[in-house]
Design a protein around this ligand. Structure first.
Ligand SMILES: [Zn+2]
Length: 246
C-alpha cells in the first residue's frame, strides 16, 4: 500500500541504516527500517529527513502493525527548505513533531493529526512564526484529541463567561464562573484568566507575554491529559530561539 508520512524522528540503526518514526494519516505512528539510507546516493535520503513530507510504499501487515516496516519506495513531496532556514520556524516545527511522536499510538486521531501538522508545516514554509501560532496549534490539537478545555462556558452551571473564567477546574473540563467559585480562592492569576477568556473568544490582539502564558497553559493541559509529555527537549529550544530573536 501507499501512504503519506511526515518524518518525526530518526536514529541510526547501524553504519548504513536508519530507524525512522513517522506519522501516517492511515496508520498512525510507523517505525520504518530504512536500509542503506546513509549512503550519499541512496534514493531514500532526503525523504526520510526529520520533518520531510513524503509518500512511501510499504507492505503492511495489520497483525504485525507494531513491528518494523521496510519501505519499498520513499518519494519526497516537500522538504520545507524555507522553513528549515529560519531558526524560529524550524524550532516550532521540531516541537510539533516531538509532541506528535510522544502522543502517538492512537490511530483513531491520526488522519486529523496528520492534516493539522502538515497544514502548519506548509504555513511555516511560507510565513514567519506569529506570536499566537503555537497557542492556536496547541488548542486545535487538544480539540482533535478530544480534551480541549472548555473556556467560554462555566463547566458547572453552563453559563456563558462574559468576563473570562474565575478559575479552572480540571475535573470539570475547564472554566468555572465566579458564582460557582463562590468564596473559594482561584488557583490562577486573574490577569491570566482574563487573557485566556479573550483567547477563547477568538481575540488575536493579546501581548506577547499573554501568548506565552497561554501556550504554557496548553502544554500543561496536554501533559496532564496525555501523561507522556515529560522532558520535551524541543520546548526549551523553542524558548531559546525566541531569546536569540529578541
Ligand atoms: Zn457557574
Amino acid at each position: 500500500m501507499k501512504t503519506q508520512i511526515i518524518v518525526l524522528h530518526r536514529y541510526a540503526y547501524s553504519d548504513s541504516s536508519w530507524i525512522v518514526k513517522a506519522l501516517s494519516p492511515d496508520l498512525g505512528i510507523l517505525s520504518l527500517l530504512v536500509k542503506g539510507a546513509k549512503a550519499k546516493n541512496s534514493p531514500f535520503r532526503a525523504g526520510i529527513d526529520p520533518l520531510a513530507y513524503s509518500e512511501i510504499e510499504i507492505r503492511y501487515n495489520k497483525h504485525k502493525a507494531s513491528s518494523l516496516i521496510i519501505p519499498k519506495e520513499v518519494c519526497l513531496r516537500n522538504y520545507f527548505p524555507k522553513m528549515r532556514s529560519n531558526l524560529q520556524n524550524l524550532a516550532l516545527a521540531q516541537f510539533m513533531a516531538e509532541i506528535m511522536l510522544k502522543l502517538g499510538r492512537d490511530e483513531s486521531h491520526a488522519a486529523a493529526e496528520f492534516k493539522w501538522l502538515l497544514n502548519n508545516l506548509e504555513y511555516l514554509e511560507l510565513h514567519s512564526v506569529k506570536e499566537n501560532s503555537l497557542s492556536l496549534w496547541l488548542q486545535k490539537l487538544c480539540d482533535i484529541l478530544g480534551y480541549a478545555p472548555m473556556l467560554s462556558k462555566c463547566g458547572q452551571c453552563e453559563r456563558e463567561l462574559l468576563h473570562g473564567p474565575a478559575d479552572l477546574w480540571p475535573a470539570l473540563g475547564g472554566a468555572i464562573c465566579s458564582d460557582c467559585l463562590g468564596a473559594r480562592e482561584s488557583s490562577y492569576d486573574s490577569l491570566f484568566l482574563q487573557e485566556l477568556g479573550s483567547f477563547a473568544k477568538g481575540k488575536n490582539d493579546l501581548q506577547q507575554g499573554s501568548w506565552q502564558r497561554i501556550e504554557s497553559f496548553f502544554v500543561g493541559h496536554l501533559r496532564a491529559h496525555a501523561g507522556t509529555l515529560e522532558n520535551l527537549r524541543s520546548w526549551d529550544w523553542v524558548l531559546e530561539t525566541r531569546r536569540l530573536a529578541c
